[in-house]
Design a protein around this ligand. Sequence first.
Ligand SMILES: Cc1cc2nc3c(=O)[nH]c(=O)nc-3n(C[C@H](O)[C@H](O)[C@H](O)COP(=O)(O)OP(=O)(O)OC[C@H]3O[C@@H](n4cnc5c(N)ncnc54)[C@H](O)[C@@H]3O)c2cc1C
Length: 527
Amino acid sequence: MNRFEQLKKLEHPQIWDILIIGGGANGLGTAVDAGSRGFKTILLEAVDFAKGTSSRSTKLVHGGVRYLEQGNLSLVIEALMERGLLAKNASHLVKNQSFVIPNYTWWGGYFYTIGLKIYDLLAGKLSLGNSTYLSKEKTIELLPTIVKKGLKSGVLYHDGQFDDARLAINLAQTAIEKGACVINHIKVIDLLKDNSSQIIGVVAQDQQTMQTFEIKAKTIINATGVFTNSIMKMNDKVYKKYIVPSQGIHLVFDKSFLPSNSALMIPKTSDGRVLFAVPWHDKIVVGTTDTLVKKSELEPIALEDEVDFVLETAQRFLTKKPARADVLSVFAGLRPLAAPEEKGQSTKEVSRSHKIIVSETGLITITGGKWTTYRKIAEDIVNKAIKTHGLPNYKCVTEHLAIHGNKKNSVADFENHLFVYGTDRIAILQLQENEPELNEKLHPNYNYTLAEVVWAIREEMATTVEDVLARRVRLLFLDARAAIASADTVARLLAKELEHDEGWIQNQLSEFKTVANGYLLKEFRVL
Ligand SMILES: Cc1cc2nc3c(=O)[nH]c(=O)nc-3n(C[C@H](O)[C@H](O)[C@H](O)COP(=O)(O)OP(=O)(O)OC[C@H]3O[C@@H](n4cnc5c(N)ncnc54)[C@H](O)[C@@H]3O)c2cc1C
């Protein structure tokens, strides 16, 4: 996975079968699907893989207990099926995670046990384990810091848990292995149309050299998530809002606030939403919220009200009460909601059930969906492309396609932090052996080594400090201060590997600090 090699493929003009704009879950899934069917496929990502919503999820591979409660059975069944497939196809990244719902009413235990038994049944053969009713004592044993006053019982159930940005990198690797051309830091700035206004390609600009390319394709897929409106503006030539963004935030705390292998699930918060506290890379991720915001931004910032809400809810349920100073990182993600068609209509959530729009120009746009269902979404998109653009009817092969890093029939050692690399772990250890100076830790409090940084640069297309610290080793999401402290080391390794000068290093450090400040609560931001 080498950016230079991928860019070289643009030197020879050709007509691609499928061109995908956007390297999030939906775009990357489509590149894997199209590439593995045998289509000549290219994906262009403006910043980095999973830079958008796809690195900012709650990290769950789930059927969606909430949708079961809403009676949306078809969505739950589809997601449970995809959960099971992903747990097999990316077994190095998807953990079987137990969740405990604490009940403070006499009926809650029975109500949620019955509901979750249905959840298990719907998963069928792909179930991750049986849901069970828990006594008060067992609930406390599994969640030692849960508030005990008024606690009546608990319910345990299973879902999947993963590392979203790492899966995105693995999908990019898989797509390349299947023959696709996949490039990051290249932005689509215009669409090319023929005399009958049919879309025939894009103009893309390399964000590092500013070189522009005209790239032609039979089918163009718009998979830009909350940035859909800007591509639609290029397509329609008039501004119409297709989606409006709604923000969800997460706070990250030390594991001591919930020292357990089980996650906490609060089925109804004071605003009627679900709140999770999930163990992730030896920390606890707590979220999320649902707040309409005005703009789709690459770096959305958590609002004070959202931070207060998540903190207060966590404080209500945990005996070790997290305070603002305990927040190691705060990250915000945006879900696309369908914009109201007329004034006065309400916004409608489309983020979980995906929607494919085919414009008169031939542009195919995908909005919504869940990370969990990205494979099915991709299958639907490529099927639509075949149907609407006369491509050969190659069959989808991703149902049992191993994702890069997966080792069939093996159980990952989730205790070792290198587990996220799957089969690449051996090569990283080899790198440490061959270049012993890379054994050094990136930060004294974390197990990440310099070898992982160099691996990200050489093998995973990381070209900026943020690519490395946000989406390859995830330190920015786990502990923003530690990430800022590690930035200089990362910048110097990047400069050495990619032959940049001191000016470039200083520029990168300043850009990274600006981004990283958004992951700190306001009183802890660094100048
Ligand atoms: C708060 C929150 C929590 C969630 N939690 C979960 C969860 O636990 N489990 C789950 O299954 N799902 C979850 N989801 C849903 C899941 O994260 C999304 O469905 C998924 O990430 C959407 O991916 P996407 O590809 O549509 O968009 P994105 O990931 O936003 O990707 C769009 C990409 O397009 C790129 N782009 C934009 N403009 C251009 C351009 N002009 N040229 C080239 N590239 C461009 C952007 O840089 C971006 O990388 C959550 C969502 C939110 C908001």
